[in-house]
Ligand binder design. Sequence first.
Ligand code: OKS
Ligand code: MG
Ligand code: ZN
Length: 343
Amino acid sequence: MKTVFSPLHNRRTATTELDGGILIAPHEKPSRAETILGRVKQEQLGEVLPPREYGLGPVLRVHTQDYVDFLRVSWADWIAEGKPGEAISAVWPGRGMRHRVPKDIDGRLGYYSFGAETSITEGTWDAVCASADVALTAQALVANGESAAFALCRPPGHHAHADLFGGYCFFNNAAISAQAFRDQGAKRVAVLDVDFHHGNGTQSIFYQRDDVMTISLHGDPDLVFPHFLGFEDETGEGPGEGFNLNLVYPPGTPFSVWLDGLETACARIAAWQPDALVIALGVDTFEDDPISFFKLRSADYLLMGERLGKLNLPTLFTMEGGYDVDAIGVNVVNVLKGFEQAR
Ligand code: OKS
Ligand code: MG
Ligand code: ZN
């Protein structure tokens, strides 16, 4: 399987994440991508390619123009106001307040985000654009006949809505890619999110549509991020009714239990016979992940990949979460190797 990777991910080097009332060094850090790349090479998974540049056209198929414009200028606007730290929102439009875009940067940061853990920094825009290019380049490989490809995206994307950033995500690389498959003629596309967290952005973007099915397995949002979306009674809306599936699990969930959910997800996908599959691949389901509560072990990722491979669909993997950097390379590449073994 080919991997697409851009060194421009390094333009995102945030130094602050608001966590537990203090600013910590972000969990979502450059060494994550470098470690995965190292393991891809060590295991000789396949060729590593740089991305092509696609510009904002495919991004604007799922994100709003005003949101994209905001992201492009947010750092410059923050600096122009003479702010001393990284750009972090401290205010949001609460219940009963107006949902309109304010002029000042503090107001716009709140309007376009849903959390304070994700700071905007000098190179963030460059890295975000490169991450989407990585996804689109890998998507094109699959659209042009490769059986599968790995988009080593950083920053990740699955939490980003059409006009919201948060959860370390800015552009929703999985959603952008799913839409690209549609725009290139695929009739039905499934997005399966195996990251520990709910893929709230992806769900939201396709919630009213019957051409892109979204499924996510994740930790119970009653207990964990993103807190306000991802419950099992969210099944889609209007024409999208029945095209969203959330599979929610409690703290301590082992692979044996999680695999039941994957089986349910795979059965639903297989029955629908999509033309393409996008896997939002996070490995923060790992037992030693610092921010999550599932108990998957490194060997389990081989079996996960094997089950995904058995779907026998043209498959794009987009990299999402996973924060135990010591294990992230092994776990990610285990999924991809298991997948290939099943083909
Ligand atoms: C806040 C924790 C924020 C968690 C963000 C989750 C990022 C992630 N203290 N998404 O898949 O891994
Ligand atoms: Mg998930
Ligand atoms: Zn995650």
